[in-house]
Design a protein around this ligand. Structure first.
Ligand code: 1GP
Length: 243
């Protein structure tokens, strides 16, 4: 069902903040998935994102099939590469890395994806993806061979995000990078969210409830968290559904 985007818009209009738990097929062990998903279902998470920078070809589909057995939450592909596209998910973030100038990540990979998407039932959401400097080099930077935008140059970040919206992108994603030392600064989230009329996703390096709330209070509509769950699932204690 192609409703994930409309549901995001609906939540934004109702002032409901959204949370995606990112599962990287390279990092999760399928044996532990059932217990992990049980905690996820008891949390306020609204989406499951699946993806990683470097993933074996078949791993994404196998993981999505397994996740589906455990949750009714929408499964959204957040792919590092074309090989991670699978019809088994609900939705695909069709990412354009607009903070960089590598043509592969602006149009090349998209063309390569068309043969998988032409007859697909996936909901495809064009998404402007901006990598923001976080204090260390991240996998996205290495894999895409692009430089992140400087945290100091807020206007450039705002203009890049707005350019994405004007190009027709339906979501803008501010990314500090998985395992970032510092999440995207709140000033950047504030200025970007004030400029946009499409929903704003923020992720990378968020490891505490305070950082999560800071991102929401600054204007993030949907926050993505992955690494905080990887070594321990105790982070779920911070985001339990209230009875
Ligand atoms: C990475 O934004 C996501 O693409 C989540 O980052 O793994 O640091 O939570 P973390």
């Amino acid at each position: 069902m192609k409703t994930v985007y409309n549901n995001i818009l609906q939540s934004v209009s109702e002032g409901k903040k959204q949370l995606a738990v990112l599962i990287d097929p390279d990092k999760i062990k399928l044996e532990g998935l059932s217990a992990f998903m049980q905690k996820l279902n008891q949390s306020v998470a609204t989406h499951v994102f699946v993806g990683g920078s470097t993933v074996d070809d078949e791993a994404t589909e196998a993981l999505v099939l397994e996740i589906k057995k455990h949750t009714k939450l929408p499964i959204v592909l957040f792919p590092g590469d074309v090989t991670q596209i699978t019809n088994e998910a609900d939705t695909l973030l069709f990412l354009s890395l607009i903070s960089g100038t590598n043509p592969d990540y602006l149009i090349g990979k998209h063309i390569a994806a068309v043969s998988s998407l032409r007859h697909s039932t996936l909901e495809v959401i064009p998404t402007g993806y901006l990598l923001i400097e976080n204090g260390k080099q991240t996998s996205v930077e290495k894999v895409t061979r692009t430089k992140p935008l400087s945290r100091q140059n807020i206007q450039q970040i705002v203009d890049t995000a707005k350019a994405g919206e004007l190009l027709g992108m339906k979501l803008i994603y501010l990314e500090a990078g998985s395992g970032a030392l510092h999440p995207v600064p709140i000033e950047i989230i504030k200025f970007v969210s004030q400029e946009l009329s499409v929903p704003l996703i923020v992720g990378g390096g968020i490891r505490s409830k305070k950082q999560l709330e800071d991102a929401y209070n600054s204007g993030a509509d949907l926050v993505v968290i992955g690494t905080a769950f990887e070594n321990t699932d105790s982070f779920f204690d911070n985001i339990k559904k209230q009875p």
